[in-house]
Design a protein around this ligand. Sequence first.
Ligand code: FAD
Length: 465
Amino acid sequence: MNPLTQPKTFIRHQRIVTPPKNQERLSGWGNYLVGESTVITPRYEEDVLNTLKERNVVARGLGRSYGDQAMNDEHSVIDCTQLNHFLSWDPENGVLECQAGVSLEEIISVFAPQGWFPMICPGTKFVTMGGAIANDIHGKAHHIDGSFVNCVISFTILLADGRIVMASREENADLFQANFGGLGLLGVILTVTMQLRRIETTYFSQRSIVIRNLDHMLETLDRYDHEYNYSVAWIDALAGGAKLGSGVITFGNAAKLSELPERLKANPLKLHRPSKLSLPVFLPSFALNNLSVRVLNGVIARVLNSPAPFVHYEKFFFPLDSINNWNKGYGKRGFIQYQFVIPEEGGKKNLTEILQLIAGSGCTPFLNVFKKMGEGQGILSFPFSGYTLAIDFPISKRLLSFTPRLDEKVLEAGGRLYLGKDALLDEKMFKAMYPRYGEWLAVKQQFDPENVFSSNISRRLGLEV
Ligand SMILES: Cc1cc2nc3c(=O)[nH]c(=O)nc-3n(C[C@H](O)[C@H](O)[C@H](O)COP(=O)(O)OP(=O)(O)OC[C@H]3O[C@@H](n4cnc5c(N)ncnc54)[C@H](O)[C@@H]3O)c2cc1C
């Protein structure tokens, strides 16, 4: 199927209209911080210009950041999800140009059947290209593929002074680099030119290993990391003593056509189906407690430990997408995802102390994902070489007094938190964790000296000039 023959492509109007505006209550995926903003929904790139009249705006994609990254209380938010057209496609080289509101889901749906797939996939396919750049997202192969910057050739961006410029490694290189992890605070990204990866099948071969403790976890990661491109571990964060750091590691590689069993060869580039399952209402906040989490952890360990040898990308990359609105399972008070990275050196000692701190905190850690990361890239990008752990915590009073202690420990270990998930850091701690913030502010000063692009997180962390 040629995407350029589809109706959603080539819709690039020259008309400038005033896009619709609505007062809306917005939150991040964690449903914890909630605020009211004017939401403007431009349908054409040219209309985005009009939104600058507001003088205090921030772009929003599919709202999959966990905290206040795409929120701008009492000011304006530009909903970019209608800017979702494909613009050009080079089938020889796999180079796609699209508007920044196109999601990974849309790219996969059109290009996977043609044998092309996004190079970097996070844990959900419901992220836009603008959002992927603004958080410089990473996937299960960060140690091999790096972060999202590695698949972007160039983008166009609407700046605070109304100019639309191209940024790439050669042209406006400082603007290009500072946007990866730049939280949408340098402009509205309009179009993106990116490299896709050739695939023979939409399946992955996988292998799981049950992990006894942290020593075993780190040894196993080191031993198999070079054999497999993808690796991710689940840790039972309630396990202590001799079982501290126990869990299950899953390794995987993209499956070649010749490797697939006959029954899968019939449709080797099979697509996902839209999920019909949904959590229609918030579950009561007490539903997740240490007792229920212990039971659920047992179920998770059993499921992870009996993998099929070949698995479809939907299960491999995006298992949580099988239930729409699963975030409501954490109750109305919401939850945070606490994701940190710490250096490999001293990693075992620091991870032990952090896991002990969490297990003894009285908070309820759930869905704990552990990965090894490769070299770091952008100025405010999260990843660097070391270990990363992401933990969901339902919001409670105890949690709010606990995370500052955890932040101190992560900082002491030479680590930092992922800003795309954060909801609680303060300016002082952020600046200690991201010592290169001054370099980023210099780019902000150059391109947006009046802070036209502003958001809740930019005010919370002092990302303003
Ligand atoms: C289940 C789940 C799993 C996840 N797994 C991972 C993972 O494995 N790795 C990872 O790195 N992340 C992961 N994430 C986080 C997610 O990938 C990022 O938060 C991503 O940025 C969300 O994209 P979005 O389109 O929803 O953007 P939003 O959340 O709406 O916005 C994110 C940021 O992008 C900016 N932005 C959006 N559009 C534009 C634009 N056009 N121009 C300029 N700025 C823009 C916003 O201002 C904001 O700062 C996960 C999230 C969920 C819910």
